[in-house]
Design a protein around this ligand. Sequence first.
Ligand code: HEC
Length: 195
Amino acid sequence: MKSQQLILIISVVAMMSMLLVKTVHSTDTQHSFVGIKPQLVADFIFSVIEADRTLYARQVVDRMKDTGTVIASESWMHRNALPLPSQLLLMAGKRVEGNGLGLTYRLASLSPIYEKNGPATDFERKGLEAVINKPEKPFSGIIHKGQQPYFQSIYSDKAVSKACVNCHNSHVLSPKHDYQLHEVMGGVIISFPLE
Ligand code: HEC
């Protein structure tokens, strides 16, 4: 009888310790390995870029122009002017790239004013085409730079004001001169390493 009781106690203790190990293990797994989905990370990054771009355009560029303080111009560096919102986004993207985290973003288009802003890969070309047809849905996937896998997401960039359309349509280097208001003009391309 006594030995049976002993065996029972030992097995209960053994089972409890196994359960404990399992609990600790699964808690550990939760903290160390389960990450945020890459699409959500890209959405977070895009929402910051989009907020900065819109606020810069509305609260800085438009207000400065309305109050007659200073205008925004492509040649801002050589005159008394602010950078264009698209130039600010591109400069900020270069700065982020310089941080060396592997995160990159830029503004691109299938009909770019400057060739450097055209698609750099087939994936980017496909993405820029896809967001023209479905502007509300980012085009995403895994790409490789060397051996390293990257998550890439392309978000539509629309002509939200007449100024977008007028400037691009009249720019001497623009290959497209018939942009319409609300049309998708290009996309914001975000990439970051998955490992
Ligand atoms: C006053 C002129 C001007 C206005 C207004 C303007 N852009 Fe641009 N945009 C440019 C220039 C110049 C570039 C190229 C910047 C560079 O690469 O340095 C550019 C770049 C872009 C690009 C990248 C592809 C390309 O053409 O090189 C997109 C997409 C774009 N603009 C969309 C927009 C949208 C959307 C708006 C309105 C919210 C807008 N632009 C307003 C002049 C303008």
